[in-house]
Design a binder for this molecule. Structure first.
Ligand SMILES: [Cu+2]
Length: 160
């Protein structure tokens, strides 16, 4: 029995013993926050969240040191008017992507700590839960950086 065989056996042993391979975590991309005039109490933010893993995740919280409070909103049509609805969680199923974009799902960011000028960067922390039989309700946090942009004013409709 040569050394090669022994190495192979060790490798098989390790593969059999480790639980499943670690799941790839969710990814936040293209995050941006709409620039607002000084004194504005809130603004909206957008991003794309992808979940390359096989587990279904729920986005349950978004926080930032630069804002007093952040909510997740969806936009629904009611009597021909776009209205916002607060969501306590946003499902991000396995191997899928959820887009927050103007006119649709968005983040509402309240009480900015300072002025929001074009090009500023905002740190965001996204918290997800993954329910698993063995791990219980696991929390996964993902950091994202959002850029402050003027955006398209015509798409800034917010009927709160
Ligand atoms: Cu809103």
């Amino acid at each position: 029995m040569g050394g090669k065989t022994r190495i192979l056996l060790v490798a098989i042993f390790l593969a059999a013993c480790s639980p499943s391979a670690p799941e790839p975590g969710p990814i936040a991309a293209d995050a941006w926050v709409r620039a607002v005039p000084p004194g504005a109490g809130m603004t909206a933010g957008y991003l794309t969240i992808s979940n390359p893993g096989s587990r279904d995740l729920d986005l349950i919280r978004v926080t930032s040191p630069d804002f007093g409070k952040i909510e997740m909103h969806s936009t629904i049509m009611e009597d021909g008017m776009a209205r916002m609805r607060r969501e306590s969680l946003v499902p991000v199923p396995g191997e899928s992507e959820v887009v927050f974009s103007p006119g649709g799902r968005h983040l509402m960011l309240f009480r900015p700590a300072g002025p929001l000028s074009d090009g500023d960067r905002i740190g965001l922390t996204l918290t997800f839960t993954a329910s698993g039989e063995e791990t219980g309700d696991e929390r996964i946090t993902v950091a994202a950086e959002a850029v402050v942009r003027r955006g398209n004013a015509a798409q800034g409709e917010h009927h709160h």
